[in-house]
Design a binder for this molecule. Structure first.
Ligand code: HXC
Length: 507
């Protein structure tokens, strides 16, 4: 009995982490503890912990006197809605969640198991960085985690939650995962903090301004989403997890659905305004075709001229990329190309079919774009679409001009089904610009007349349909039905690119 009681006592002690006082301090900052976070993330009672009694081996600076069980990170596996996931959750109450040699080993252990057993990894980051007392041993621990992030990339989905400090080289582990979520006002990420910034660049900036959730979801695009508090972030992570396959050899999960595949949406017939320069909200189309109107948006606050996220069709996950005419008229630019390219590559790596909704007048002109390398960044999206072998279905709602027409999952990049609404204008450029070039030097009246002629001849989907670049011109109201049928017909699609060690996507 004594021995059983000893185990129980040791467990109670380990679960207390850094003790009541530090737990209270964590709560006072509006943060949950490492274990409370795991409890909310996983199905109730599903968590199986590893290495609860692991302790560090450092003997410098009197550290042998303080060897807390677990060493500042809680690791193990459990389930989210019945599907397996590996988790690590850094415990800020134990030496600030700092990363020691053994702390790193615990993380590596569950990452290895995740790859071996084909289940995603969710990492909850809340750490003061390298355990200062351990010096280079701590850097080695980070390096070992980084290598596993790279090896696991494209094998199992990896999600990072930033729920406290994450600074210095430590940021590079989350940076190599598939999705990063932050909590507003209580998390930050930066390579060098405000003090160094002040010394080196004379900039005076707070930690929140430099690397808070708003900065990383709006400016840098390092993070994919930001939430009000820990509870919301964990609940939304569960929601995202339900869309994802467990690994790269499995299909995305199929959920029961309660939405008629043949649902007709008459309102879509009038979604596109008569005036080609009047914007409309592309999100409305996404919501109206998705099962139960459920759209999980990724990077909602960044490059709003393109929408990316997940929906389900007939219960199966589909990745959506859509130009948003409400912002910059839906133009492609550096930021939107990068955002969408990364999303398409994630989908392709994990066998998630891609639906592309197109209303794009072209690439954004100007020196800032050209100096910023829009050629290279735009090529990322083109490349991502062209190398993706997952089922690809494209619907053009209105403009598809020039290079942007080709980029946006056109037939020429081996899209499987290319549909166009009758309102589509698939052309080398807008009618006015084209006429002004062809009839250079003519009077304004002449140009106006020729523009009208050009519009009548080319501002429609039929020229492209005649050539077979558009498979079918469809009624807007039947879009859901048509794309569901298209994806259903592609369930056994198999194509391969020629063997290569790896590609050389323009980075
Ligand atoms: C050891 C650490 C620690 C660390 C915090 N603690 N960071 N112990 N190594 N890196 C301990 C503190 O001593 C304290 O212990 C407890 O954690 C909580 O820390 P506080 O400072 O009281 O908390 P707070 O005021 O919230 O400040 C959090 C903080 C600050 C901003 C993170 O602790 C801090 O600046 N820490 C040092 C950050 C740092 O320089 N890290 C190394 C960066 S280099 P007690 O016993 O009092 O509770 C790096 C390289 C990675 O990370 C490279 C990867 C390749």
């Amino acid at each position: 009995m004594d021995i059983l009681q000893e185990l129980e006592d040791r467990r109670v002690d380990a679960r207390l982490g850094g003790g009541e006082k530090r737990i209270a301090a964590q709560h006072a900052k509006g943060k949950l503890t490492a274990r409370e976070r795991i409890d909310l993330l996983l199905d109730e009672g599903s968590f199986e912990e590893f290495d609860m009694f692991v302790a560090h081996r450092c003997t410098d600076f009197g550290m042998e006197q303080d060897r807390p069980a677990g060493d500042g990170v809680v690791t193990g596996w459990g389930t989210i809605n019945g599907r397996m996931v590996y988790v690590f959750s850094q415990d800020f109450t134990v030496m600030g969640g700092s990363v020691s040699e053994t702390h790193g080993k615990k993380i590596c252990k569950i990452m290895d198991l995740a790859m071996q057993n084909g289940a995603p990894v969710i990492g909850i980051n809340d750490s003061g960085g390298a355990r200062i007392q351990e010096g280079v041993a701590s850097l080695a621990a980070y390096g070992d985690v980084f290598q596993r992030n790279i090896t696991a990339s494209g094998v199992v989905p990896q999600i990072s939650l930033i729920m406290g400090p994450c600074a210095g080289g430590a940021v590079y582990s989350p940076a190599m995962t598939d999705f990063i979520f932050m909590v507003k006002d209580s998390s930050y990420m930066f390579v060098t903090g405000p003090d160094v910034a002040k010394t080196v660049t004379n900039e005076i900036v707070t930690a929140e301004e430099l690397g808070g959730a708003s900065t990383h979801t709006r400016k840098s695009s390092v993070a994919d989403g930001a939430f009000e508090n820990d509870v919301e972030a964990l609940a939304e992570t569960r929601r995202l997890f339900d869309f994802l396959p467990l690994n790269n050899r499995e299909q995305p999960p199929v959920r029961p659905f309660f939405d008629d595949v043949n649902r007709i949406e008459d309102s879509l017939d009038t979604l596109v305004p008569a005036n080609p320069n009047t914007p409309y909200d592309m999100k409305e189309l996404i919501l109206k075709i998705a099962d139960e109107g459920d759209f999980y948006e990724i990077q909602a606050e960044f490059a709003k001229n393109i929408l990316t996220g997940f929906i389900r069709l007939e219960g199966s996950t589909v990745g959506v990329v859509a130009n948003q005419p409400m912002v910059l008229a839906g133009c492609l630019d550096i930021d939107s190309s990068r955002k969408a390219a990364r999303f398409v590559r994630f989908c392709d790596a994990f066998e998630i079919p891609v639906l592309t909704l197109v209303d794009v007048p072209g690439f954004l002109p100007g020196t800032s774009q050209e100096y910023g390398g829009v050629i290279k960044h735009g090529a990322k999206l083109l490349y991502a679409y062209g190398e993706a072998t997952v089922p690809k279905v494209t619907v053009i709602t209105r403009k598809a001009y020039g290079g942007a027409y080709v980029v946006m999952a056109s037939k020429h990049l081996q899209a499987d089904f290319n549909y166009a609404w009758p309102t589509s204008e698939i052309a080398v450029m807008g009618a006015k610009g084209a006429t002004e070039i062809i009839h250079r030097g003519k009077s304004p009246e002449e140009i106006a007349a020729r523009t009208a002629e050009y519009e009548a001849r080319f501002a429609n989907p039929f020229v492209a349909a005649e050539k077979g670049f558009i498979d079918e011109v469809i009624m807007p109201h039947s879009t859901r039905k048509r794309i569901c049928r298209a994806f259903a017909s592609l369930r056994s699609k198999k194509t391969q690119m020629p063997w290569k060690k790896h590609d050389n996507i323009p980075l």
